[in-house]
Design a protein around this ligand. Structure first.
Ligand SMILES: O=C(O)COP(=O)(O)O
Ligand SMILES: [Mg+2]
Length: 229
């Protein structure tokens, strides 16, 4: 049997990045003459990458931006966010033990994020996690990104695995839709950044804590999908 693969989303799933994202976003808002956002807003600002996050933050106060203004703001964001990394960002409780369990069970791991690939790699390097993943892909790695199913399918391919043996895990509607579009089972976590309860997006299962993530759960989801098809 081909090696099972678990594909992780990054922001709000592997790592709690919202405080740092918000600090860099508010720096951009200062520089561009816009009011700050509050921490509660991050649940719907994060998920589609930094550019969309900036656009959404501007839209709160009805300030549409030109593509040029957005590019400038994005550059300010990237410089600040990268310079401060890893800041206060931390892996979620139980993550490292869960990654160990899955690897010890012979499973492969990958990251599929809408963050830029360079930022994702820098953050995972700073957390000393990069070496655990057979593939790390960002919102700019391919010409599609989540919720497009091909972002996940291309990540699986890059990791040298097969979709029929893969499971996605994420915190937002983009992850769940992308997995559904890719035909891959999806585990949702409720501790990330979603403005609606993740269960309302119909994931295959919701886990409250990484203690629940292990070989049995992953193999069970893959077997159930195989049985259904
Ligand atoms: O940073 C974002 O907006 C999205 O990142 P994620 O896909 O890792 O959640
Ligand atoms: Mg996320």
């Amino acid at each position: 049997m081909t090696t099972p693969l678990v594909v992780f989303d990054l922001d709000g799933t592997l790592i709690d990045t919202a405080p740092d994202l918000m600090a860099s976003l508010n720096h951009v808002l200062d520089q561009t003459g816009h009011p700050h956002v509050a921490f509660e807003d991050m649940t719907w600002l994060v998920g589609q990458g930094a550019k969309v996050m900036i656009e959404r933050a501007w839209a709160i106060h009805d300030h549409p931006a030109s593509p040029e203004q957005l590019e400038t703001a994005f550059d300010i964001f990237l410089a600040r966010y990268a310079a401060e990394m890893p800041g206060r960002s931390r892996p979620y409780p139980g993550l490292i033990a869960a990654l160990d369990r899955l690897s010890d069970a012979g499973m492969q791991l990958a990251v599929c994020t809408n963050k830029t690939e360079a930022l994702a790699r820098k953050l995972l390097d700073a957390m000393e996690l990069s070496d655990r993943f057979a593939a790390i892909t960002g919102g700019d790695t391919f010409n599609v990104r989540k919720p497009h199913g091909d972002h996940i399918l291309c990540t699986i391919d890059k990791a040298g695995c097969r979709a029929a043996n893969s499971v996605m895990i994420g915190d937002s509607i983009n992850d769940i839709l992308a997995a559904q579009n890719a035909g891959v089972p999806v585990i949702a976590v409720p501790f990330g950044y979603s403005d609606k309860p993740v269960a309302s997006f119909n994931p295959d299962i919701v886990i409250e804590h990484f203690d629940e993530l292990g070989e049995q759960l992953v193999r069970g989801l893959i077997a159930a999908r195989e049985h259904a098809s």
